[in-house]
Design a protein around this ligand. Structure first.
Ligand code: AR6
Length: 167
C-alpha cells in the first residue's frame, strides 16, 4: 500500500472513494461533510436518506462506515464514517481508529483500489491534530486491505505538517 499526503480539498480528488467525516444522522453538516454534499449534489443525500430508512433508523453508530454514490464528484463512491467527538476525560481513540479500519473494509467490499481520507474528528469534533494524525496513519498502516493507494487530504498547512511528522 502506498500512503500519500495531499494538501487541498478532498472533493477534488480523483480516487475511487472519498471518505466523509459525517455525523450519525448522515443528513449532512458543516466541514468536509458540507463540502462533499455541496460538490457531490443531491444524489448523495438521497442515498443517505434511504440508508437511514433501511438500515440505520437510529443513525450510523460512531466508528462505523457506509458507502453511497459519489454523485457529481470525480470519486465514484463516498464512504461516510462517524468519528468520535474528542473528550478530555475519556479515551475514544479506539473509535477513531475504527473509522479508518471500517472505511477500508467497506472499500474492500466494493473492490476499490484508491481512497482519500480527511482528518476525521480533527475539525468540529475537536480532536487535537497531532493525535488524530498519529491514529490515522498507524491504523491505516496496520490494516490488512487490498486498497493500494491511500491518500490523506489535509485542508490546512498545519494539518499537512502534522501528518508529515507522523509519516
Ligand atoms: N477537504 C479536506 N479536508 C477538509 C475539507 C475539505 N473540503 N473541509 C474541511 N476539512 P470536520 P469532524 C478538514 O469538521 O471534526 C460536520 O458538521 C477540516 O479542516 O469536517 O469529524 C459533520 O456533519 C478538519 O481538519 O469533521 C459532523 O457533525 C477535518 O477536515 C462534524 O462536522 C475534519 O473536520 C464532524 O466533525
Amino acid at each position: 500500500m502506498q500512503i500519500t499526503l495531499v494538501q487541498g480539498d478532498i472533493t477534488e480528488q480523483d480516487v475511487d472513494a472519498v471518505v466523509n467525516a459525517a455525523n450519525s444522522s448522515l443528513l449532512g453538516g458543516g466541514g468536509v461533510d458540507g463540502a462533499i454534499h455541496r460538490r457531490g449534489g443531491p444524489a448523495i443525500l438521497e442515498e443517505c436518506r434511504k440508508l437511514r430508512a433501511s438500515h440505520y433508523g437510529g443513525g450510523l453508530p460512531t466508528g462505523q462506515a457506509v458507502a453511497t454514490t459519489g454523485g457529481d464528484l470525480r470519486a465514484r463512491w463516498v464512504i461516510h464514517t462517524v468519528g468520535p467527538v474528542y473528550s478530555d476525560t475519556e479515551d475514544r481513540s479506539a473509535l477513531l481508529a475504527s473509522c479508518y479500519r471500517e472505511s477500508l473494509r467497506v472499500a474492500d467490499d466494493l473492490g476499490l483500489r484508491s481512497i482519500a481520507f480527511p482528518a476525521v474528528s480533527a475539525g468540529i469534533y475537536g480532536w487535537p491534530m497531532d493525535d488524530a494524525a498519529r491514529i490515522a496513519v498507524t491504523t491505516v498502516r496496520s490494516t490488512a486491505t487490498l486498497v493500494e493507494d491511500v491518500r490523506f487530504v489535509l485542508f490546512t498547512p498545519d494539518a499537512y505538517r502534522a501528518f508529515e511528522r507522523v509519516l
